[in-house]
Write a protein that binds this ligand. Structure first.
Ligand SMILES: Cc1cc2nc3c(=O)[nH]c(=O)nc-3n(C[C@H](O)[C@H](O)[C@H](O)COP(=O)(O)OP(=O)(O)OC[C@H]3O[C@@H](n4cnc5c(N)ncnc54)[C@H](O)[C@@H]3O)c2cc1C
Length: 262
């Protein structure tokens, strides 16, 4: 057992509904605030009888020894978490998994977020801006009330929004405006529902081949640190565990057709 697989008890510092059904929580932890990298996640115990739930590190404040998670209420665990009040103690593991990495020499970083995919990408944007990179975020949501507020993004990030019903930004899927920005980008980082990645593969193959492209995958997880094999997927480099070898993968390594469940 290493540090990452030892549960820690940490104080919940704040809980607010940032936008419709999506909560931002700040949690006190020097270990996570000072060691987490963009793309990593924590496993949060949401009530004793449930398995821990994976949630991305959304922001860090090393000065305050705290980090934030951003989550949508979609089931029993996240509903329980959203009801917790500042001052209670949470039982968590982390930071877990690998991270997004900036490719040497890449200056223009294109981020593609589908829905709650913004959760780890905010942290990626923060680190890229701190290193002086130009960052453009393409954000797709179902409707205006589900759009992450651009005022919460790090300074200097350019943000373009699409919604499925046209209530905010362009009236289309985020994957449909991607081709306009690929030429500009030196590197692409994406996070969203796994269904978002399939159209990318079919419609932009030629353009993407020359760009480093990292994606964060979602999978149902048991343990979160590679012990249970519950989140294994097929890749060009053999079977990989999303929690331990990922969640960030090289887009071109994923055998999309052979992983219908992701
Ligand atoms: C590495 C990783 C990082 C994640 N980061 C975030 C994050 O930052 N913010 C966030 O809101 N969500 C994130 N998720 C998804 C989140 O873990 C699930 O939404 C959560 O576990 C649901 O728990 P629940 O008890 O509320 O829902 P459940 O009652 O377990 O399920 C409710 C619904 O959510 C779906 N669901 C459950 N788990 C997942 C999952 N892992 N991926 C996709 N759908 C799921 C179920 O199919 C079901 O339809 C992440 C998932 C992974 C693997």
């Amino acid at each position: 057992m290493n540090n990452k697989t030892q549960a820690i008890t940490v104080p919940l510092e704040s809980m607010e509904e940032l936008y419709q059904g999506v909560f931002l929580a700040w949690i006190g932890s020097k270990q996570i605030a000072q060691n987490a990298q963009p793309g990593q996640f924590v496993m949060v115990s949401c009530n004793n009888y449930l398995l821990r739930r994976p949630l991305a590190v959304h922001k860090v404040s090393p000065e305050k020894n705290s980090f934030a998670i951003l989550f949508a209420v979609c089931g029993k665990g996240t509903a329980w978490l959203s009801r917790q009040k500042p001052g209670i103690e949470l039982n968590i593991l982390g930071p877990l998994g690998n991270s997004f990495t900036l490719v040497p020499g890449a200056q223009n970083i294109l981020l593609v977020a589908g829905g709650l995919g913004i959760a780890p990408l905010q942290f990626a944007a923060q680190v890229a801006r701190e290193k002086g990179k130009s960052v453009t975020l393409l954000q797709g949501a179902s409707t205006a009330s589900c759009v992450y507020p651009s005022t919460s993004l790090p300074d200097g990030v350019k943000c373009y929004t699409t919604t499925e019903d046209g209530s905010c930004g362009a009236h289309c899927l985020v994957t449909e405006i991607l081709h306009d920005y690929i030429g500009w980008a030196d590197q692409i980082m994406a996070c969203g529902p796994n269904a978002m990645y399939h159209p990318i593969a079919t419609s932009n193959k030629q353009l993407f081949k020359v760009k480093p492209f990292q994606v964060s995958l979602e999978a149902r997880m048991g343990c979160g640190f590679g012990a249970c094999y519950g989140c294994s997927i097929k890749t060009a480099r053999g079977m990989k565990k999303v929690c331990h070898d990922g969640p960030v993968f090289d887009y071109y390594d994923i055998l999309w057709k052979e992983n219908p469940g992701i």
